[in-house]
Design a protein around this ligand. Structure first.
Ligand SMILES: [Ca+2]
Ligand SMILES: [Ca+2]
Ligand SMILES: [Ca+2]
Length: 227
């Protein structure tokens, strides 16, 4: 029988160290596994968020016919959605009038005079503009997100002579367009200039760039920014 003193003095410490190492290794593996899982989760979430933040012009909605007047009496709404057709809040919407010569935007709205109006969508992905402007154009207004064009809209304004007001001269100009197909003078966008369009113009006589109808107080409510 071997005396206890013959036991290798190193044996027990080594065995203890090995067991401790296994526990440490398992802990390390678990920590690594958790880290890898969290990294993958973060990557997936980031991709989902990135995708949700990107407007898809094909799913955005904007009227190809636009109406404006110096008093800002007509709403024009743009809906911004992503590739899964979900609305995007806080998205930039740009109305670019630079290819619509003959249109004059009121300086009170296009304060930097660059021929563009910029809005931001609300929680429903919607941005509503009350375009203050006048004039006639054969060009189109590019309606788009920060990156893409959604639609090239045809614009008609109540200020037919382009002097930034609506008065008897505009009424006379509209009378000369009666029976035509528009877009000039076709304010209800039904493809013909008639008495209904005359009635619309008559309701805005006296309006100009300085007009501030009651509805403009709702600008803040729709959370659209202009500059
Ligand atoms: Ca501008
Ligand atoms: Ca006028
Ligand atoms: Ca009409």
């Amino acid at each position: 029988m071997k005396p206890p003193s013959s036991v290798d003095p190193e044996a027990r410490p080594v065995a203890v160290a090995t067991a401790a190492s296994r526990v440490a290794a398992q802990r390390l593996l678990r920590a690594l596994g958790t880290a890898v899982f969290l990294s993958l989760l973060l990557a997936v979430l980031s991709a989902a968020i990135a995708r949700a933040d990107v407007p898809d012009a094909a799913n955005c909605v904007a009227d190809s016919n636009m109406v404006a007047s110096p008093d800002g009496g007509f709403a024009y709404t743009v809906l911004v959605r992503d590739n899964a057709n979900y609305p995007i809040a806080g998205a930039t919407v740009v109305l670019d009038f630079t290819n619509a010569p003959g249109i004059h935007l009121c300086g009170s709205q296009d304060s930097d005079l660059d021929g563009r109006l910029i809005g931001t969508t609300d929680v429903n992905g919607s941005a509503t503009f009350y375009i203050k402007g006048g004039g006639l154009t054969a060009g189109r207004v590019a309606v788009g997100t920060a990156l893409d064009v959604i639609v090239e809209a045809r614009l008609r304004t109540l200020d037919l002579d382009g002097d930034s007001d609506v008065d008897t001269l505009d009424q006379a100009a509209l009378n000369a367009l009666l029976g035509t197909a528009g877009p000039a003078g076709d304010f209800d966008k039904n493809g013909i200039v008639d008495a209904a369009d005359v009635a619309i113009l008559n309701a805005h006589v006296g309006g100009n760039c300085a007009s501030s109808p009651a509805f403009q107080q709702s600008w803040g409510a729709v959370k659209a920014r202009y500059r």
